[in-house]
Write a new protein. Sequence first.
Length: 266
Amino acid sequence: MSDAWDPPTVLRAAAEWSWVPPDADCVVTDVTLTRWPAWAQGRVVLTGLASARAPEGVLRDAVERARAWGSDTLGVWVSASSTPDLTDLLLSRGALLEDTVDVLARALDQGLREPPERDGRLVVRRVTDVDGLRDADRVDTAVWDQQPMDDDRLAAAAQTLLSDDSSEIRVVAYQDGEPVASAGVTLAPAPRPELGTVARMWGAGTVPDRRGRGAYRAVLEERLRLSAAAGASLALVKGRVSTSARLLRRAGFERYGEENYYRLTL
């Protein structure tokens, strides 16, 4: 890892990043509270904890907003850099730990290793048109248990992804001509201007009956290549401990910490 990307800076880049689905309702103060749209399960999630308030006040306000939005649960992401740390308070109120992700990163300014030879039946393509976006959505629907895009969502996604100034990259892996894996990257400013751009890598998944055949690694390699070509100096990913984290570490990523997702029933 480059000396400029020391562990505190990597963790700061991770803390600045939380996923907000398109069409979500989002309230940003000293924390971020998001109501996901119905197509993405409609959950209410608290992230971006950077508050000087007491834990009880932060959680109370989030619960009140979640209830006002009609939710009977509140999701909370907590990391080592979260202030305040809500872990003990959440557990005391019966919250369940539902997910843990490792914060993983690798430098992109020192060249990339040649990828292993790939099965000739497996190809990866960057999404450059609406048809490619439909293929990515087919994979996402199967992997993430979300509703497929309707025409309005597809048009909005295409406008964002395919614009000349887009900061987003999407790729799809095809096996025997069928879309089997998809993944995305968002290019974002690094925590310090001299570090340039960080590649936030997200949404990688393979349809269940095609797993274990190299598709995940293939979309990972292509995103690394495209991110480096776009000038990013760091690839950052939050990998599930139970699934992708091991694969990412084998691909040269280093672990810098973890984030935990708690679900509180209201």
